[in-house]
Design a protein. Structure first.
Length: 161
């Protein structure tokens, strides 16, 4: 820790980066956002790249979302009001995006840059028959990125132990 001395803890970071309104309104992320509109959670550096603010908000208030998706009942990707966040499967998340016409934005969000260690980890997960979509969520990339790794269209030179 100690990378961000101006924040007392994660919760303090959240409070400073979120535009808190009345309980029913959207509380938009005021920090940096990705191309898709999702807030970028930069409390400290993470080995798997930038985290998504709404997902970290869910973890902070309601617990670890594990392999499930954090969906927005309001359809506002920037929103970090815990009351507007719920856990869903890949299918529910997709339906939610279609309902709010944000399906394109959603798919463009999965463009995190992977490093070699992450790709090795992904290859191990593929070998262990973990579902591609679950791997994609874990690493904040699109399912097609994982598929390309599986089919050796990307990162073919890396071989897991
Ligand atoms: Zn909202």
């Amino acid at each position: 820790m100690g990378r961000n001395p101006k924040y007392v803890n994660e919760f303090d970071y959240y409070l400073q980066k979120t535009d808190i309104q009345s309980p029913t309104k959207c509380w938009e992320w005021s920090g940096s956002t990705k191309d898709c509109g999702h807030g970028m959670w930069g409390y400290k550096s993470y080995k798997n790249g930038t985290k998504i603010a709404s997902r970290e908000t869910y973890r902070l208030f309601k617990g670890d979302p594990t392999n499930l998706f954090v969906c927005h009942s309001c359809g506002n990707a920037k929103c970090c009001n815990p009351d507007h966040l719920y856990l869903g499967t890949a299918k529910q998340n997709q339906e939610d995006r279609v309902k709010h016409s944000t399906s394109n934005r959603g798919s463009r969000c999965g463009t995190a840059k992977l490093n070699e260690n992450e790709v090795l980890e992904i290859k191990k997960l593929i070998k262990n028959k973990i579902k591609l979509i679950d791997i994609a969520v874990k690493f904040n990339v699109s399912e097609s990125t994982i598929k390309a790794i599986k089919q050796n269209r990307n990162w073919a030179h890396l071989k897991p132990d």
